[in-house]
Write a new protein. Structure first.
Ligand SMILES: Nc1ncnc2c1ncn2[C@@H]1O[C@H](COP(=O)(O)OP(=O)(O)OP(=O)(O)O)[C@@H](O)[C@H]1O
Ligand SMILES: [Mg+2]
Length: 235
């Protein structure tokens, strides 16, 4: 479903992603792990059309999407939920969610997607009339994820969705990922919460200093000595 071919990305003269190639199949949950500054966010932003690669190709369902603007990618079924939540703070929770469905023309479909998101995150249903800017950090994070799902994407890219959440809400987020997986939505997830992430992901890539250092099934990686030492804090 998604293929990166020899992607090189940087900021000005500084190159931070080196020759990254990967393949993600339809319905898979794939994690991208790595230490701070490894290039994970840069990679996601490049796929999402926020950054333009210096070289390399991005294919989505066989179509070359390299350099396409984000709005066109949403129409193709790709949703990116960034680390910075980018909510419309002066709008209500419900209005923020509806903004996520702006590409849909059919009101009945918008209503269905809204019901689906509110079921996934009941807290958002309770707070639907509250201004997004007055929601707590964790609630805002759920709102950002919910909004990203309002277009019923075929593939979702989540950048550190559990960041700043209480243990209970971390579970809410990972439950949402499990539900997406049951619905055969493809998920690419970047997380520091390596243990929990490997328990929901089918496969993972490990990025180190801008390159893919390892790849494998979650089971394999969870057993790997290097991964255990570097990412799970197990000596
Ligand atoms: N706008 C920018 N301008 C210059 N350098 C940047 C910019 N954004 C990121 N970088 C640098 O690129 C490198 C990769 O950053 P990136 O955000 O992709 O890492 P990451 O793997 O997502 O890290 P983290 O786990 O901390 O979120 C870092 O060294 C970072 O300082
Ligand atoms: Mg990041």
């Amino acid at each position: 479903m998604l293929e990166l071919q020899n992607l090189n990305v940087g900021y000005g003269y500084l190159q931070v992603v080196w020759d990254v190639s990967l393949k993600i199949h339809q319905g898979e949950v794939v994690a991208i792990l790595g230490l701070n500054g490894a290039g994970k966010t840069t990679t996601l932003k490049t796929i999402a059309g926020v950054l333009t690669p210096k070289s390399g190709k991005i294919l989505f369902n066989g179509q070359d999407i390299t350099g396409l603007p984000t709005c066109q990618l949403v129409k193709l079924g790709l949703s990116f939920i960034p680390e910075e939540r980018n909510l419309f703070t002066a709008m209500t929770v419900r209005e923020n969610l509806l903004m996520g469905a702006y590409i849909l023309k059919d009101n009945a479909e918008v209503k269905r997607n809204l019901d689906y998101v509110l079921e996934l995150f009941p807290r958002l249903a309770e707070r639907s009339k509250q201004l997004a800017g007055t929601m707590s950090g964790g609630e805002r994070q759920m709102l950002a994820i919910g909004r990203g799902l309002m277009s019923k994407p075929k593939m979702v890219m989540l950048d550190e969705p559990s960041m700043g959440l209480s243990p209970k809400n971390v579970l809410v987020v990972f439950d949402a990922v499990k539900k997406l997986r049951e619905e055969k939505v493809t998920v690419v997830i970047v997380e520091q919460n390596v243990n929990t992430t490997l328990s929901v992901a089918d496969r993972a890539y490990v990025m180190e200093q801008g390159r893919i250092a390892m790849e494998g099934s979650s089971e394999e990686l969870a057993k790997d000595d290097h991964v255990r030492k570097m990412y799970l804090g197990i000596a």
